[in-house]
Write a protein that binds this ligand. Structure first.
Ligand code: OXD
Ligand code: MN
Length: 576
């Protein structure tokens, strides 16, 4: 069921219950050799497909066969939308154009929010140098990313039941990074179908970035201003379900500090002539998880989605408003609810009212905390990079890497509890190097090496790298850190470190704030040692686990420097 809200000037879509998240198992990279796609992708002899934790591979011949079996006639009876679009601010040398064909009106409308749409963004055959409103450093008329999408259900004119057409048993999302092509069949949902997002801006862009010497990463970008008006920009990589959107839109719970939003999901970054890392947000909208979003957890998001927003799989009130778990608004007794499955729903029912991966899709221009420089063609200068994960035990609130190389190691070692954004079940700790595990566009070992290479390049002045964990729990299972706006306290320490103004103590895993350096005033009962556990047996287990992970999933493709960093950590722990 899909409907327009007059009051909200928004739209609500309810999907087929079989099409509710990214499908990682059906997302593939198409390269001549399996090891070009993922380090340990090894097909059975003669096989044309290989699955691995760090990416799935499909041979070009197999893709041709798969497309022949799916595409002919698949759009029959539907409208085909042709969407020329730009990823990145107009006029930026970092921006790149694309063209998506789709037979889904939902996808066309969502792309209109998430990307800049317009035929002038495509390089024209007459202009090999870009025009002023086009942007990109595209050098020839066919230098754009081609995206083909179909829901996979020809239409015979009858009323469709369910009204969300899809072909879940044959869904396939295939990327050919060499030919800059993405083919998506069978799903209309999020990253499966809005091909500018994960497909282009992460997977294909990562391969472009490798070839051209920049970085395409699963990162938010924020500005952080201190009470003296000094502003720094930070980029942060967090796996899905770690509160990236909340951090990107945070209202600081520390007087005098302000957070501004440049982006909440993806960063394209390049070292400029002065050696500073510059970042743009290639998107111009937010595709955020709705459940848990409230005036208390993310008032900026609540303001952002007040209008012009496409909601997917949230609940519906009898007054024509949206509803989800954790929305934090009590309903008048006469208001009734319909769940995302289209059934009448009341609090206490066993199934949730909104799907856990229900989404809002809203234009960035609605966001009240949008940074004034968010569309600066040069990108914003990044002073610190933050890696993080959802780690219930052992991992301190924040620590700083000793060097760029150590920071890349921390990125390779990221782990986090699983997410509703993909098809995984339950709470399990998943390895998620650089928060890119589902989004690598080429061999993940080479991606790590690329990080090492760009940082080592002459003239590069790499930003400092930090690791954060908002999700430590105490013995009763309660969160130790209040999170949300209080995360500004951690950002304040990070920026003070960058400015050479805050003290730190070296531990085997990195530099932690010295006592008193992290502003804890106003937070009762929080002791430094609860926030900064340093348990040698925990880290020894972590190292063993990491060694096994590297061996099993990176094998010979793990950069030597990353292994050297692990060995150095093991050595420091022995001396502890
Ligand atoms: C997302 C994700 O942004 O899964 O949807 O990372
Ligand atoms: Mn994401």
């Amino acid at each position: 069921m899909q409907r327009v809200f007059s009051r909200l000037r928004g739209w609500l879509a309810w999907t087929d219950p079989r099409d509710v998240a990214r499908v990682e198992g059906r997302t593939v990279l198409v390269t001549p050799r399996p090891e070009d796609a993922a380090p340990q992708a090894s097909p059975a002899p003669g096989g044309a497909v290989a699955h691995s934790l760090l990416g799935n591979w499909m041979s070009p011949d197999e893709l041709r066969r798969a497309m022949d079996a799916r595409f002919p006639g698949c759009m029959e009876g539907r409208t085909m939308y042709v969407i020329p679009f730009l990823m990145g601010p107009p006029g930026s040398p970092l921006s790149r154009p694309g063209l998506q064909l789709t037979d889904s009106a939902y996808v066309a409308a969502s792309m209109r929010i998430m990307t800049r749409v317009g035929a002038h963004f495509l390089p024209s055959s007459s202009s090999s140098s870009s025009s002023s409103s086009s942007s990109s450093s595209a050098s020839s008329a066919d230098d754009f990313v081609r995206c083909l999408h179909s829901v996979g259900r020809p239409r015979d004119g009858a009323v469709e039941v369910p009204s969300w057409p899809c072909d879940p048993s044959r869904t396939l999302i295939a990327h050919d990074p060499r030919r800059r092509r993405i083919v998506s069949y069978g799903s209309g949902y999020g990253g499966n179908s809005l091909l500018g997002k994960k497909g282009f801006a992460l997977r294909v862009a990562a391969a472009m970035a490798r070839d051209e010497g920049w970085l395409a990463e699963h990162m938010l970008i924020v500005g952080f201003e201190d009470p003296r008006g000094r502003k720094r920009y930070l980029a942060g990589a967090f796996p899905s379900a770690c509160g990236k959107t909340n951090l990107a839109m945070m209202r600081a719970a520390l007087p005098g500090y302000h957070v501004t939003c440049v982006g909440d999901d993806i960063a394209w970054m390049r070292f400029d002539h002065q050696g500073r890392l510059r970042a743009i947000n290639p998107e111009c909208g937010f595709f955020g998880v709705a459940p848990g979003t409230s005036e208390a957890t993310n008032p900026v998001a609540m303001a952002t989605i007040r209008r012009d927003t496409i909601f997917t799989n949230v609940g519906l009130t009898s007054t024509g408003d949206v509803y989800w778990e954790g929305i934090g608004q009590s309903l008048p007794p006469d208001v009734t609810l319909t769940s995302w499955r289209g059934q009448s729903w009341k609090p206490g029912d066993p199934e949730p009212c909104a799907h856990p991966n229900a989404r809002f899709c809203a234009p960035a221009s609605n966001c009240p905390s949008l940074d004034p420089a968010w569309e600066d063609p040069e990108g914003v200068p990044i002073d610190a990079i933050i890696f993080g994960g959802r780690r219930p035990e052992g991992v301190p609130l924040v620590f700083e890497a000793f060097s760029w190389e150590h920071g890349v190691f921390l990125g390779s070692a990221m782990r986090s509890e699983a997410t509703a954004a993909a098809e995984h079940k339950g709470r399990q700790l998943l390895h998620d190097p650089l928060a890119m595990r589902p989004f690598f566009g080429y061999n993940a070992g080479q991606h790590l090496q690329h990080w090492l290479d760009v940082g080592a390049r002459a003239g590069a002045r790499p930003p400092r790298i930090f690791h954060v964990n908002w999700f430590l729990r105490d013995q009763s299972g309660a969160f130790v850190w209040p999170g949300f706006g209080h995360n500004a306290r951690v950002l304040a320490w990070i920026c003070a470190r960058v400015g050479g103004e805050a003290g730190a103590v070296a531990t085997p895993i990195g530099l932690i704030p010295e006592e008193g350096a992290l502003e804890l005033r106003g937070l009762r009962g929080l002791r430094h040692r609860d926030l900064f556990p340093m348990d040698r047996p925990f880290w020894e287990r972590e190292c063993r686990e990491l060694r096994a992970f590297y061996g099993e999933h990176f094998g010979k493709h793990l950069p030597r420097e990353v292994m050297a960093q692990l060995e150095a950590l093991e050595g420091r722990l022995r001396k502890m």
